[in-house]
Unconditional design. Structure first.
Length: 315
């Protein structure tokens, strides 16, 4: 796991000093989850469907424990790998990515999160800027708040612009508590230095807030996900103890439940589908106030009006 590598990484240990020791203690104390590839891809699908879907997921994105560690393979998140909706800032040389989440309220909707990743070379990194995310319905907006007009570009709908503003107004960048001491020692805690650090770190966080909100909402969607114990690490840990290395951490695995792939009944032709040519609809997730639900692949529309064929390419 990335969590194990962060604990053992010599460069981080020497560069962060006491901050690394606190990071290690928190990762060990956290409830740890590995998001399987199909789970990570499902969260990716929700994140890039529409900004409105992410906003609908706010009340569902509760931390299951006060301190959590989530990680997944970077390659399973196609929106990030392909740069979709990420602008020009995205990476293709990452191996795994993870996030440490600490609840700041009793309801689990207000949290501080710390982003970490490793590269295919094995090198690890922890973002200098953390994020405070407050999804409570009574959460005050950022000061000054982002208006919806900031996101209106003539291409997206007004509803999507309002949703993007709602997401931005629930997020506040803060200096990582694991880096504060080393930054202070280097004289980098001034207002001007903080502005530079934020500009450097903003690319690391592009799309991440939306992604982890979607992932947490999925974790709480018990009708579409399953959480299973991870592999037994006792033998490997015993061998590592003899080598003087840290024991491997245990964790749970989050998967998309196989039962959701079952077809959810036949397709009817009524309402908005009437007089619409028949077409194939891929399986997809829908966010509702009652939770996240899976719609299996099906034919939609009126076959008597003709059929529209679509070709999908999956990388």
């Amino acid at each position: 796991m990335l969590a194990d590598q962060l604990i053992e990484d010599r460069v981080l240990r020497e560069g962060m000093g006491a901050g690394h020791a606190r990071l290690v203690a928190d990762i060990k104390a956290a409830h740890r989850f590995d998001l399987s590839d199909n789970f990570a891809a499902a969260a990716d699908e929700i994140m890039r469907s529409t900004p409105q879907s992410v906003v609908k997921a706010f009340p569902l994105a509760r931390l299951p424990h006060r301190l959590c560690w989530l990680e997944t393979a970077y390659a399973a998140r196609s929106a990030f790998v392909n740069g979709q909706n990420m602008g020009e800032i995205y990476r293709k040389d990452l191996s795994r990515i993870g996030i440490l989440l600490r609840a700041l309220d009793d309801g689990g909707l207000h949290w501080e999160c710390h982003l970490a990743w490793n590269f295919r070379t094995g090198d690890c990194s922890l973002c200098v800027m953390s994020m405070e995310i407050n999804l409570r319905h009574d959460a005050p907006p950022m000061d000054p708040p982002f208006p919806a007009s900031y996101y209106e570009d003539g291409k997206r709908s007004r509803a999507d612009a309002e949703a993007l503003a709602a997401i931005a107004n629930r997020t506040r960048p803060v200096v990582s508590p694991y880096h504060k001491e080393i930054l202070a020692a280097q004289g980098l805690m001034t207002e001007r230095a903080m502005e530079r650090l934020y500009k450097v770190s903003v690319g690391d966080w592009a799309g991440e807030q939306e992604y982890w909100i979607a992932a947490l909402a999925l974790m709480n969607g018990r009708n579409v996900t399953s959480v299973e114990p991870g592999p037994d690490m006792s033998k490997l840990s015993k061998a590592r103890r003899k080598q003087g290395r840290p024991e491997l951490l245990d964790y749970s695995v989050c998967k998309i439940a196989p039962r959701i792939l079952a077809r959810r009944g036949g397709a009817g032709v009524s309402g908005e589908d009437a007089n619409v040519r028949a077409h194939f609809v891929r399986g997809h997730f829908k966010v509702r106030s009652s939770g996240i639900h899976w719609w299996s692949p099906h034919v939609r529309g009126d076959a008597s009006a003709g059929f529209v064929g679509k070709r999908y390419e999956v990388a």
